[in-house]
Design a protein around this ligand. Structure first.
Ligand SMILES: O=P(O)(O)OC[C@H]1O[C@](O)(COP(=O)(O)O)[C@@H](O)[C@@H]1O
Ligand SMILES: [Mn+2]
Length: 637
């Protein structure tokens, strides 16, 4: 319900506050005209990515070339006027201006003419790409120190009039003459990248597998417009940073397993030395990294077991497997009642005679305490985790779409699954909200139950970020691969059905006919003919394997989903160049574009979430104008 501008002949508090901001009628006119016209502009471009898994090189290139959109715009603007080689070279300059200029300088090719030509092309491209933004917004995208000159250049009309042509030429030649060409090129490239992507959404899983999640986060923290939906690997690291020893053991294990301990040791200053020394002593025949992995895996199973026992609501009892090992015969009896032979059946840290296999040894406890202090004291890790909490959430509703990493737990019949927790029943959105509250509780108040919950979110069968029964024990200790298969939530089967997508969208308060569900988490096996587009485009799973470890499985190098004013488009990246390749041969991303949805009429800002906020502001401003006009408030002169 809209507020009335006055209460019993007195202006409301909102109106009085607004009058402080817009004290004259003219200031209200100005703002109203600006806001009203903004509603009719095409909606800004949103890019979605997920499952970056520490692949910094790919991420850095994608961020610089805006998933290939810049090259498309360059093609559009310069068409036949530039040769393919010239366009490729120009694109590299936009992606990596500093490095490209250095390269040109080293080769003595950075002539005044080179600067003038490139500046003029950058200007032309910027002019075209700014068509969907109000001028004031464009100005805000320009690095401050260059704003006035670039704004002046953007306003020239060399094609309209000879005097303007001369003026434009003089502006460019002066920039070059006074040796500021390199700085202005860089400023233009910042503007162009900002114009290409209005908002970036990352649908989870920054960490594990690849080796530079820390560099990805450092880079992202400078990004002006991003939101994050947490992935299961992210919450695992968040739990570790908050001091959960179970999460810490799992993080260390993952890093060792993928041979990327650099991120821990160099990125976050977490020493693995005591663990490695301990492991070398108890598994003397193993390679050091494998020995450390084995040692920490056992610590993880023990801690996980204790955690599952003290949290029956997690419903993870099927993961209590250490007590199912028969240490004499080196077999384990799994849930199916069958005996399976164990690989590497040597358990020096378990005192099988003592009774409780989940008991840590004194030495293990010491190592974990030492690791814990490294995790909670790592300033860089703490900064990254704070950022994930500030920019992230379990799910996001944005412009009618629903974004989350994993799944909405469903029953076998496809209806929303009811989950009993702490004596209460949850389903659908309530369950998501509860899970998010718990994750925030762990951050705000630390310790205890909420911290255990972070581990549940990482691998719990009922966690919206996992939706799978992890078979870590089997994968680590049992040779029979039939035991490795991880049963997953019915969601992953039902998501291909339109009715399921509509039910989920409705559950989250979105228009079931117009919204989309955007997920990550499950690598799409393109090679096997699997498609990321589900239920005719109502759901899109964009885990395309940025992670090199998954390239064999997926057959591609990642996806970017793009939502612009005309609909939804999916870019399937076949190959993503890196800085070195780009500079050496102007190599770029190779992508195939697929239209997921084409709208009959263009979406405008008025149709977006931002548009709704603008509309509210317009109503308030109209009320203020009315109050000025009918004398309820007196405007300043
Ligand atoms: O969220 P993601 O990337 O699927 O990762 C979780 C998966 O990784 C695993 O831990 C497997 O890891 P490994 O491939 O290293 O054995 C699975 O148990 C689990 O399903
Ligand atoms: Mn995941």
């Amino acid at each position: 319900m809209r507020r009335s501008p006055c209460r019993k002949g007195r202006p409301t508090k909102v109106l009085r506050l607004l009058a402080e901001k817009y004290p004259t009628k003219e200031s209200v006119y100005e703002k109203l005209i600006y806001l009203q016209s903004q509603l009719s502009l095409p909606k800004g471009v949103e890019h979605f990515m997920s499952d970056l898994h520490g692949e910094y090189d790919s991420f850095f290139h994608i961020l610089n070339n805006c998933s290939g959109v810049i090259r498309e715009k360059v093609d559009y603007v310069f068409g036949e006027r530039l040769s393919p080689e010239e366009k490729a070279e120009f694109c590299t300059l936009i992606y990596y201006p500093k490095e490209k200029i250095e390269q040109m300088t080293d080769a003595h090719k950075n002539t005044p003419e080179w600067y003038r030509r490139n500046l003029s092309q950058l200007l032309e491209l910027s002019k075209l790409m700014s068509y969907k933004y109000p001028a004031s917004k464009v100005n805000g995208f320009i690095p401050k120190r260059f704003e006035s000159v670039i704004v002046e250049l953007m306003n020239t009309r060399p094609e309209a009039d000879h005097a303007q042509f001369l003026y434009h030429k003089r502006l460019l030649s002066t920039i070059v003459q006074i040796d500021s060409g390199a700085d202005f090129i860089q400023a233009f490239t910042v503007l162009i990248k900002r114009l290409a992507v209005d908002r970036l959404h990352i649908v989870g899983d920054f960490f594990d597998r690849g080796n530079r999640p820390d560099a990805i986060l450092n880079r992202l923290m400078k990004h002006p417009s991003v939101d994050i939906q947490w992935g299961n690997h992210d919450v695992l690291w968040m739990g570790a940073a908050l001091g959960s020893e179970t999460c810490i053991a799992a993080v260390v294990r993952n890093s060792l397993r993928y041979d990327n301990t650099d991120v821990l040791e160099r990125g976050y200053g977490i020493s693995l030395r005591p663990l490695s020394a301990f492991a070398a002593r108890i598994y003397p025949d193993e390679r050091p990294i494998r020995a450390a992995e084995r040692a920490v895996t056992m610590m993880m199973f023990k801690l996980e077991g204790q955690l599952i026992r003290r949290n029956p609501d997690f419903q993870m009892d099927s993961r209590l497997l250490l007590d199912r090992i028969d240490f004499r015969s080196s077999c384990a009896v799994l849930g199916d009642g069958r005996r399976y032979e164990l690989e590497n059946a040597y358990f020096p840290t378990i005192d099988s005679a003592a009774g409780d296999p989940y008991q840590l040894t004194a030495e293990e406890q010491e190592i974990l305490e030492d690791l814990r202090s490294y995790f909670v004291e790592s300033a860089v890790l703490q900064r990254h985790v704070d950022y994930l909490y500030q920019k992230g959430s379990l799910y996001t509703r944005c412009n009618g779409n629903l974004l989350f990493h994993g799944c909405v737990p469903l029953e076998e019949d496809g209806s929303l699954r009811t989950i009993c927790y702490g004596g209460r029943a949850y389903r659908g959105r309530q369950w998501f909200d509860f899970c998010e509250d718990m994750a925030r509780e762990a951050w705000l108040h630390g310790g205890g139950h909420a911290l255990d919950f972070m581990y549940f979110l990482w691998c719990g069968r009922l966690s919206p970020l996992s939706g799978r029964e992890f078979k870590t024990f089997e994968r680590a200790l049992i040779a029979d691969e039939s035991t490795w298969k991880e049963p997953s939530d019915p969601y992953y089967r039902y998501i291909d059905q339109v009715e399921t997508c509509e039910m989920v969208l409705r559950e989250f308060g979105l228009d079931p006919k117009r919204g989309h569900i955007i997920n990550g988490h499950v690598p799409v096996k393109v090679r096997k003919g699997e498609s990321p587009v589900k239920a005719g485009g109502r759901a899109i799973i964009i885990d395309g394997g940025f992670c090199k470890a998954y390239h064999k499985k997926t057959g591609i190098s990642g996806y970017t989903l793009i939502s612009n004013s005309r609909g939804l488009r999916l870019l399937e990246h076949q190959h993503i160049a890196n800085v070195r390749e780009a500079l050496r041969e102007n190599h770029d991303i190779e992508s195939v574009s697929e239209t997921v949805e084409l709208q009959s009429c263009r979406t405008t800002v008025g149709d977006t979430d931002e548009g709704r906020l603008i509309q509210d502001e317009i109503t308030d401003l109209y009320n203020l104008l009315l109050a000025y006009q009918n004398g309820l408030l007196k405007p300043s002169e």
